[in-house]
Design a protein. Structure first.
Length: 655
């Protein structure tokens, strides 16, 4: 039947394209050699969770054969790494094909076509190193997370024709007045000498399954220009929001040569006055940071299922906004796109070197920033790019790097994270760029007196003169500060209450989700060296503080629960209501918070089991901040138990 179809197509003059591209995973069994000793390991892998190598900082060699087949001959073969920490020198058949040095969190790839031999077995060798160095960021041993070396994210071969795609970047443009949207597609090939291009662009609304665009496109560019560009008008679109994270999938196919698939979302996120503004709505946002690589069972080589679990727990905490100390993998960001979370990625420049960078480090920083943005440009979850964290005296450096970042991506917020804003005020480096920030550790790292916070916030508000402030980090590390999780709860409640009262605080990112592995931890040995800073343990087991934070970050207060027709007993406290034993309904009142968090609730549902055990669903109206909404639960269960869910089906609050 296939032969008959081919002959029929040839007779009709149709062109049958070759398979556009092939992706071959190289995850799995590799040979690892360290100090002359060999091991069989499974990539993704870090050697710093292996017995005897927990504190190893040095060179390691990974080796395997390449699954090269004869049908790859005459094609372009690229070797792609999602990340290697922090140096990688790559050899194929003993010949060096490239190196990626001092940038341990960003993806990279090399064309290995000319080094392949189709008459024999082909070998791949990756020489990596996690030596502490002054040539990288993080710098020397000045960083508060683990130093896990190895090929800790996925590796693959990408096989294509000569027109091989480097990236497809999508820049959505939305008209909030009528919810219409356009999307500019910028397509870059690895061979920039090619100046004309034909392809097929398909766009699908993921929620509805509707194919909203499917057209052949013919593109051209000038020789000095890197990207081919085309803009697509998609008419009415569904917006991406953290409560309803609507996504659009696309595929761009160059017939017989290559293809790329990804997704994007229509949303507008910016700062106006003292507020974050998402899709035209001013809001104040709560969240928490996760410190990946912290489970000693996995280290940096976390499986996809564990990454998924991490993001689900952050969502369960009612996280809306977060940030990272270093560049993440696509799995983490894909989850945040799909589950609805706003995230900032950062260059891993923490505390040192202070002041300006050397020319060599500045060049490395630019390369890392460019690789981060190129890799993750399409993710709607990304709200900003961060340049440094807790670095003093780098005003001119970040001004220049900020302009560099804006030159690559002018659509997002650019900032730095600061921990001395409370003393430097408007002279702090964070005031140079788009968003002033403060790591608020009053009562712990910034001194024992947390009651200084209200006065400090008042001075900051005055100094910032109408600009907002993001609390970019805050929390309690034990046993550095005694009192255990109970003190964490007290510290958390006090700080969040004061931030909520300070109108210019646009949001906070609590630190952090889990007790985290760090090469500068106060307790434990080897892969168990940690800082006890989380609302969960290193394996994501919740502590009591987890449930307190979930309550603080949820957007609803339950202000009344009672029998629907009950009346108060005069002068009685112990028996507040006269209750009719035949009463089967309950009246509850939901109060939408108007502090932090503060945003409109759309598409929420309340669910409860009735007395017969059947699940009931009540679709709630759009609910505005600072407004109360009474709800009657008909034939409710004896416990009056119910739960409220977001538009995306995730839980907000249980009663």
């Amino acid at each position: 039947m296939k032969t008959r179809n081919v002959l029929l197509a040839m007779a009709m003059g149709l062109v049958l394209p070759m398979v556009a591209q092939q992706s071959v995973s190289l995850d799995g069994e590799w040979k690892l050699t360290i100090d002359g000793k060999s091991y069989q390991v499974t990539v993704p892998h870090t050697y710093n969770i292996m017995e005897g190598l927990e504190d190893y900082a040095g060179e390691a060699v990974y080796q395997r054969t390449l699954p090269i087949t004869r049908d790859m001959k005459g094609r372009t073969v690229r070797l792609h790494f999602d990340a290697v920490y922090h140096d990688a020198v790559v050899l194929v058949n003993g010949q060096k094909v490239g190196e990626h040095l001092n940038k341990g969190y960003t993806p990279f790839s090399f064309d290995i076509t000319k080094t392949l031999d189709f008459s024999k077995e082909n070998t791949l060798e990756v020489r990596c190193s996690n030596v502490y160095t002054d040539k990288a960021l993080p710098y020397k041993r000045h960083f508060d997370w683990c130093n896990d070396g190895g090929i800790y994210r996925s590796v693959r071969l990408h096989v294509s024709g000569p027109q091989s795609i480097r990236y497809v970047h999508v820049t959505p443009q939305v008209n909030l007045a009528d919810s219409t949207g356009k999307a500019r597609f910028d397509i870059r090939l690895w061979d920039e000498r090619i100046n004309s291009l034909k392809g097929q662009l398909t766009i699908t609304n993921r929620k509805t399954g509707e194919k909203v665009y499917d057209e052949a496109v013919a593109l051209s560019k000038k020789k000095a220009v890197s990207d081919f560009s085309t803009t697509v008008d998609l008419k009415k679109v569904l917006l991406w929001h953290f409560d309803s994270p609507n996504l659009y999938d696309f595929k761009f196919v160059i017939p017989g040569s290559d293809e790329m698939q990804d997704h994007f979302g229509f949303r507008e996120f910016k700062i106006e006055g003292k507020r974050f503004v998402l899709n035209g709505e001013p809001m104040r946002l709560p969240g928490i940071e996760t410190m990946q690589f912290s489970n000693p069972l996995y280290g940096a080589a976390e499986p996809a299922s564990y990454i998924d679990k991490t993001v689900r727990m952050m969502k369960h905490l009612n996280t809306v906004i977060t940030r990272f100390h270093w560049v993440q993998g696509d799995r983490m960001l894909d989850d945040m796109d799909e589950m609805g979370m706003l995230a900032q990625e950062e260059l891993s420049w923490w505390q040192q070197p202070a002041n300006e960078l050397t020319p060599e480090l500045r060049q490395m920083a630019k390369e890392a920033l460019a690789e981060m943005i190129e890799a993750h440009y399409n993710h709607p979850c990304i709200w900003g790019w961060g340049i440094s964290n807790e670095v003093r005296g780098n005003h001119e450096e970040i001004r220049q790097l900020g302009e560099y970042v804006r030159g690559i991506d002018p659509t997002r917020i650019v900032d730095v994270v600061a921990n001395h804003t409370n003393t430097l005020l408007d002279k702090d480096p964070s005031c140079v760029l788009d968003l002033p920030t403060w790591n608020d550790y009053l009562g712990s790292w910034h001194g024992p007196d947390q009651t200084l916070l209200p006065g400090t916030l008042a001075r900051l508000d005055s100094a910032l003169a109408g600009r907002p402030l993001l609390i970019s980090e805050a929390g309690l590390c034990e046993p550095a500060f005694t009192g255990g999780d109970a003190r964490r709860v007290e510290d958390m409640c006090y700080h969040i209450k004061e931030w909520q009262k300070a109108d210019f605080v646009c949001g906070y990112v609590y630190f952090c989700l889990q007790d985290y592995r760090t090469q500068m931890g106060e307790e434990g040995f080897g892969k168990w060296r940690i800082r006890r800073h989380g609302v969960t343990k290193t394996d994501l087991t919740p502590k009591a503080s987890y449930y307190v934070l979930r309550q603080l970050m949820n957007p609803i207060d339950i202000t009344e629960v009672k029998p629907a027709n009950a009346k108060k007993k005069d002068g009685s406290l112990a028996e507040q209501y006269n209750v009719d034993v035949t009463e089967t309904d309950a009246r509850i009142v939901l109060q939408v918070k108007n502090s932090i968090p503060s945003y409109t609730l759309r598409g929420y549902e309340l669910r409860y089991a009735n007395k017969e055990g059947n699940m009931q669903t009540i679709v709630l109206p759009d609910m505005q901040p600072d407004q109360s909404y009474p709800v009657i639960l008909k034939n409710v269960n004896a416990r009056y138990a119910f739960e409220v869910f977001r538009a995306d089906g995730t839980s907000v609050i249980e009663y």
